[in-house]
Design a protein around this ligand. Structure first.
Ligand code: HEC
Ligand code: HEC
Ligand code: HEC
Ligand code: HEC
Ligand code: HEC
Ligand code: HEC
Ligand code: HEC
Length: 249
C-alpha cells in the first residue's frame, strides 16, 4: 500500500548532488570554419558530398531534412588558403530555423540553449528520433554521476556517446541518487526508473524516464507531463501523474 506520508519523506531523504563544475569556459560550437581537407567548387552538388561522405546518412532513422540535401545546412566557402565547409547558421540556431522552440513554461536546459545535436544526430542513427543513444541512456548520460565523465581541470564533462560539454552547457545539472545498476531509487526510494511496469501489468509499456518526464519542455516543474492536482493535497504536487500507475495513491 502506498502512502502520501511515505512519498513525501522518501523524497526529502533522496540525495541529489549538483554537478561541481567551476570554470565558466566559452561554449564549444562546432565548425568555427576549419579547413575542409579536400578543395571543393563553391557550387558542389549534394550528390558529390555523399560520394565521399557515404556513411553519414546511414542508419535506421534518417533525419527528414537529409532529402533536402547537404547544402541545406552546410555551405562551401572558398578562400585564398583553401576550402572551408561551414554551417549556414550557428549550430545552436540551425535546428530552430525549422523546429521553433516550444512556448511551454519550463524548458529543459540543453533544449533551451539550442544544443539539439548534443542528443540528436543532425543526419542519421540507429536510435529513434536519430538520437546518439537510446532515450534512457541519453538521460542517464547527464543525470547519472557514473555515466558523465567530469574533467575538473578543464571544467568540461563528456557523455558516453562522446560529446563534450562545458560547465555553462551543464549549468544546474543534477545527479540522481540511483542504485548501482541505475534502475531505481527515483523519485522515491526503491522506485523503478526502468524495467517492466509491474504496477499496471504485463501489457503496459516498460518504465523509462519518459514515463514521467518530457525531454524538451512542459508547463510544470521538473518537466513533468501533468498538472499539480487539487490544492487540498499540497504535499503531493504530482499525484495526478502518480495515479496513472497507482490507482490507490
Ligand atoms: C573528395 C571527397 C570529399 C568531398 C566531395 C566532400 N568531402 Fe567533406 N570531407 C572529406 C574528408 C576526407 C574529410 C575529413 C574526414 C571526415 O571528417 O570525414 C571531410 C570533412 C568534412 C567535414 C568536417 C570537417 C570540416 O570542418 O570541414 C564536413 C562538415 C564536410 N566534410 C562536409 C562536406 C560537404 C557538405 C560536402 C559537399 C559540399 C563535402 N564535404 C564534400 C572528403 C570530401
Ligand atoms: C539538418 C542540417 C544538416 C544536414 C541536412 C546535413 N548536415 Fe552535416 N552537420 C550538421 C551539423 C549541425 C553538424 C555538426 C554536428 C555537431 O556539432 O555534432 C554537421 C556535421 C557534419 C560533418 C562533420 C561531423 C561528422 O559527423 O562527421 C560532416 C562530415 C557532415 N556534416 C556532412 C554532411 C553531408 C555529407 C550531408 C549531406 C549528405 C550533411 N552533412 C547534411 C547539419 C546537417
Ligand atoms: C531545413 C529544415 C530543417 C532543419 C534545418 C532541421 N530539420 Fe529536423 N526535420 C525537418 C523536417 C521537414 C522533419 C520531418 C517533419 C517533422 O517531424 O517535423 C524533421 C524532423 C526532425 C526530427 C523528428 C524525427 C522523427 O523521427 O520524427 C528530429 C528529432 C529533428 N528533425 C531534429 C533536428 C535537429 C537536431 C536539427 C538541427 C541539427 C534539425 N532537425 C534541423 C526539417 C529540418
Ligand atoms: C536532452 C536531450 C534532447 C535535446 C537537447 C533535444 N531533444 Fe529532441 N528529442 C529528445 C527525445 C528523447 C525525443 C523523443 C521523444 C519521445 O520519444 O517521445 C525527442 C524528439 C524530438 C522531435 C520529434 C518529436 C517532437 O517533439 O516533435 C523533434 C522534432 C526534436 N526532438 C527536435 C529537437 C530540437 C530542434 C532540439 C533543440 C532545440 C532538440 N530536439 C533537443 C531529446 C532531446
Ligand atoms: C515514476 C516517475 C518518474 C520517473 C520514472 C523518473 N522521474 Fe525524474 N522526477 C519525478 C518527479 C515526481 C520529480 C520531482 C521530484 C521532486 O519534486 O523532488 C522528478 C525530478 C527529476 C529531476 C530534478 C532533480 C530532482 O531529483 O528533483 C531530474 C533531473 C530527473 N527527475 C531526471 C529523471 C531521469 C533522468 C529519469 C530516468 C532515469 C527519471 N527522472 C525518471 C518522477 C520520475
Ligand atoms: C546534455 C546533458 C543532459 C541530458 C542528455 C539530459 N539532461 Fe536533463 N538537465 C540537464 C541540465 C543542464 C539541467 C538543468 C537545467 C534545467 O533546469 O533544465 C537538466 C534538468 C533536468 C530536469 C529538471 C528540470 C527542472 O524543472 O528543474 C529534469 C526533470 C531532467 N533534466 C530530465 C531529463 C530527462 C528525462 C532526460 C532524457 C530525455 C535528460 N534530462 C537528459 C542536462 C541534461
Ligand atoms: C509509469 C508508471 C508509474 C508512475 C507514473 C509512478 N509509479 Fe510508482 N511504481 C511503479 C512501479 C512499477 C513500482 C514497483 C512496485 C509496484 O509494482 O507497484 C512503483 C513503486 C512505487 C512505490 C513503492 C516503492 C518501493 O520501495 O517498493 C512508491 C512509494 C511509489 N511507486 C510512488 C510513486 C509516486 C509518488 C509517483 C508519482 C510521482 C509514482 N509512483 C509514479 C510505477 C509507476
Amino acid at each position: 500500500m502506498l502512502s502520501l506520508a511515505r512519498y513525501c519523506c522518501a523524497l526529502m531523504l533522496l540525495p541529489v548532488a549538483v554537478l561541481g563544475l567551476q570554470a565558466d569556459e566559452p561554449r564549444n560550437v562546432w565548425s568555427a570554419g576549419g579547413k575542409h581537407p579536400v578543395a571543393l567548387a563553391s557550387k558542389t552538388a549534394d550528390s558529390a558530398c555523399s560520394s565521399c561522405h557515404s556513411k553519414i546518412g546511414q542508419g535506421k532513422y534518417v533525419h527528414t531534412a537529409m532529402v533536402m540535401g547537404c547544402t541545406t545546412c552546410h555551405q562551401v566557402k572558398n578562400k585564398k588558403d583553401g576550402t572551408q565547409v561551414v554551417l549556414v547558421a550557428p549550430v545552436t540556431q540551425l535546428c530552430l530555423t525549422c523546429h521553433p522552440l516550444s512556448s511551454d513554461k519550463v524548458l529543459h536546459g540543453p533544449y533551451k540553449a539550442g544544443d539539439c545535436v548534443v542528443c540528436h544526430s543532425p543526419h542519421a542513427s540507429d536510435y529513434s528520433y536519430h538520437m546518439w543513444a537510446s532515450t534512457q541512456d541519453t538521460c542517464l548520460g547527464c543525470h547519472a554521476s557514473a555515466r558523465l565523465k567530469v574533467n575538473q581541470e578543464k571544467g568540461t564533462a563528456t557523455v558516453p556517446w562522446g560529446v563534450t560539454l562545458t560547465s555553462i552547457q551543464l549549468k544546474g545539472n543534477q545527479f540522481l541518487g540511483l542504485n548501482a545498476s541505475l534502475t531505481a531509487n527515483h523519485p522515491v526510494e526503491g522506485h523503478p526508473v526502468s524495467g517492466p511496469n509491474t504496477a499496471l501489468g504485463p501489457n503496459a509499456p516498460p518504465i523509462t524516464c519518459l514515463s514521467c518526464h518530457r525531454p524538451h519542455s512542459s508547463n510544470f516543474a521538473n518537466l513533468l507531463p501533468k498538472t499539480p492536482p487539487d490544492p487540498s493535497t499540497p504535499l503531493c504536487k504530482t499525484c495526478s501523474l502518480c495515479v496513472d500507475c497507482h490507482k490507490n495513491l
